[in-house]
Ligand binder design. Sequence first.
Ligand code: FAD
Length: 487
Amino acid sequence: MNKLVWLRNDLRVVDNTALNQACAQCQNNESVIACFIATPMQWHEHHEAPIKIDFIHRRLNELRHHFAELNIPLIVKEVADFSQVPNSISEISTEHQVDHVFCNKQYLVNEEQRDFAVGHLLAEKSIKLSVFDDDCLIPPGHVLTKQGDPFKVFTPFRKAWLNIYRDQLDVLGINLAVQAKPTPLPNTINMDFNKHEIPVFNYPAFNYPPCSSIDWAVDDEAIHQRLLTFCYEKAANYHEDRDFPAIDGTSCLSPYLAIGALSLRQCFHVLMTEFPECLEQPESGAFSWFNELVWREFYRHLMVAFPKLCCERPFHEWTQFVQWRPDDAGLKAWQQGKTGFPIVDAAMRQLKATGWMHNRLRMIVASFLTKDLLIHWQAGEQWFMSHLIDGDLASNNGGWQWAASTGTDAQPYFRVFNPTTQGQRFDPKGEFIRKWVQELKDVPDKFIHTPHLWLGAHSVNYPKPIVDHKQARLLAIDVFKQANELG
Ligand code: FAD
């Protein structure tokens, strides 16, 4: 009998718990097989971006070679949606005489329901399904308050997370070295137990709108090199550079983490090897980067503790009373980067052109949509998801709800970013703005954040601000106050 590794958002050979376990449990006369099931209709329903699907497709074609080197065939199949996945896994299992399926857990409601259905069908055929915690460094459910409740705010979560990370992994029985060393494949994989002749050919494009992700390399060497270069050359200054979009100061690893081409353990391992003391140095750049990786964990833990977050519900119930405004023209101006606020427009155009956006800008444009325009955060969440190469429900929903004050921001709802001063602070000379809003390239530095005040504005084909920020801020605070009183 053989072992099947079912890949989902863990598209790597290195440090993949399910793959490791399958290889470890494979006997000499058995084989390991891997599979990936594409579900285009489901992706449509989840608003997955075409660029992300192209990225996954390219990564799978790359992975075939890595798996072939291990004598493991990678089968890629396409069905419509999650409801057809159980049959698909069952068919592959029957065809290849599989007695045990291995996969890494996905912590979202639809995905868990799918896995439950798969487990049920496989059990009827006496095929075992083993699901592993792999995506988080400390699995959801293990970081709790003294009362045993999930944390609702980041800073105490991080403190508790760190305590567990430092001291208690063994107590919890979590299979993780303290330095988060990536797990190598067991030696058995080198034995010639897989007898397949493995043809390596490219899988045809998925049935999804085409969009090229070619600017993002998909080979292991380039991905790992990006991680090394960031940790060796940029992490030390990360705390100073990370908020300036004109500086190449962040890792740009999010697309790889989103599809699991890179694991969080790999990131921690390289960071800790380069900066072994960084956890004791909260002012350092390395700690600051570490902190961001823990944000990723936080939002995943929240999804499990509060499944309503997967179901379009706000984190704070009272915010369901917020009177969001239907404003098609405002939404369109925001989506197209034509709001008349240069930093917002530059960011939105970067997203459309590249499928990626800098974190500071994600916060600015999210605040602008939800506070200045009072448009429902779900409209922004969906637009991001359908354009981001790193689209990730937990981080995206967390980021949107944080910015809209419906989520875990520890500050009250009257935090409203001023898009003009944010631009002045984080893109002082307008370098980033000029790159993406070509119309403004000749505007003097002094007016780059307020081009409508420049005397030469008439010569520039650029819109005037679509809202008065001061008034919009007061209105937003009032609308939130009313909702708060109702709730
Ligand atoms: P770095 O600064 O190098 O950080 C390293 C890694 O830490 C990132 O790759 C990411 O995995 C994680 N990380 C960093 N910041 C955050 C954060 N605030 N929340 C969660 N994880 C974080 N991130 C996504 O991966 N997918 C999304 O769909 C997504 N949507 C967002 C929507 C909004 C409104 C906001 C405010 C943030 C969103 N983020 C999302 C978080 C963050 O903006 C990106 O992870 C980051 O910009 C990616 O760039 P980087 O890899 O250079 O990050």
